[in-house]
Design a protein around this ligand. Structure first.
Ligand SMILES: Cc1ncc(COP(=O)(O)O)c(C=O)c1O
Length: 348
């Protein structure tokens, strides 16, 4: 292959995080209760589907179920193959190649990836101390689109509601609020999508709903924006089995409630345990915690992985020097994590 064949904007894109170690995965912030309890029944029922047929191109049934849940219309929603797909669709819809998308830093790494693969310019604005938004700087950066996630990944905190609201109100262009961890937080912009002509809120079935392996996500916005984005989304991108699983998961409120309750119960206990071992946990409003290690984080992650537990290293990033992120586990998982961390610190 000749290097010059490759589109110039994607030449330096690395492969995504893809660890090969065999370990307990506390690095992906998924639901630690195991797969959603509807899965077995869904997989049995889907044997009767005529899977030689295509799914509905825009997953109308799932959009209807989401509409019922949020008190919006089905046409306020676009669903796709993970919230990653709908984020990509939103950017494809509104960003011309070469245009600028502004995002806070540090935040979800794939936001920049989607901008780049679609030929845009990704501009970062540093978060303020406490990992809070700098609305003035975000607005002054004069991007076409602003994208942010709250709770923020990997820092785990929510941004101040008034700061996000101000960005939505004052930015003359689409604002994407990624609420992948929204179920674990108290704050959401989902109910306000009809209020603004520029607000897009994305959510996922990969976290609180325990369906990461199925890949289902969605976004909501006012009808005009949603209709425009629907026409850009790849038709049929969500398969029938995943759509069925997502619809069933929406009715299984007990499972989601149990996950949220577990996180709320375990969050403080895990934080205190980390602090007692000499780490510095940051406040979390999500199902994961970021903490700073007094020793090199890369070494910490490696030593822990050798003991069979994988957490994620962010220590190579500016502002997150020697920081790592762990999913908040069940009581047993958290105890196991703390005891392995204790062993590592003692060996140090
Ligand atoms: C902030 C954020 N947005 C979006 C996603 C992607 O979620 P999905 O599995 O729905 O593609 C993630 C996944 O980790 C995330 O952390």
């Amino acid at each position: 292959m000749n290097e010059s064949w490759v589109r110039s904007t994607v030449r330096d894109i690395p492969l995504y995080y893809n660890p090969k170690v065999k370990a307990v995965r506390m690095d992906t912030s998924v639901n630690v209760l195991g797969p959603n309890t509807v899965v077995r029944d869904v997989l049995t029922r889907c044997m009767d589907l005529d899977l030689n047929q295509y799914p509905a191109p825009y997953s109308d049934e799932l959009r209807g179920a989401l509409a019922d849940m949020y008190g919006l219309a089905a046409d306020n929603f676009v669903v796709g193959n993970g919230s990653d797909e709908v984020l990509d669709t939103a950017l494809k819809t509104f960003m011309e190649p070469g245009e600028t998308v502004v995002a806070p830093y540090p935040s979800y790494v794939l936001h920049g990836f989607f901008v780049k693969v679609n030929g845009g310019r990704f501009v970062n604005v540093d978060l303020r101390p406490g990992f809070q938004l700098d609305p003035d700087a975000l607005l002054e950066a004069r991007g076409k689109i602003i994208i942010l996630c709250t709770p923020n990944n990997p820092t785990a905190n929510c941004f101040d509601h008034r700061d996000v609201e101000r960005v939505v109100q004052e930015h003359d262009g689409p604002v994407i609020v990624d609420e992948a961890y929204g179920e674990f937080a108290k704050d959401s912009f989902m109910s306000r999508v009809e209020e603004f002509d520029n607000l897009i809120v994305t959510r996922t079935f990969s976290k609180a709903y325990g369906l990461a392996g199925f890949r289902v996500g969605y976004m909501a916005s006012n009808l005009k924006m949603a209709d425009t984005m629907q026409r850009v989304k790849i038709p049929y991108s969500l398969d029938r089995v995943s759509e069925m699983a997502a619809i069933a998961a929406l009715t299984n409120t007990e499972y989601v409630d149990a996950a949220v309750r577990l996180v709320r119960e375990e969050r403080d206990r895990l934080s205190s345990g980390l602090a007692a071992l000499g780490f510095r946990p940051f406040p979390s409003e999500s199902n994961f915690i970021m903490f700073r290690s007094p020793r090199p984080s890369k070494e910490l992650v490696k030593r822990l992985a050798d003991k069979g537990v994988l957490i994620r290293d962010f220590g190579h990033l500016r502002m997150l020097e020697d920081c790592v992120r762990t999913t908040i586990g069940t009581r047993e998982l958290n105890d196991m994590l703390l005891s392995k961390l204790k062993e590592v610190t003692e060996e140090w």
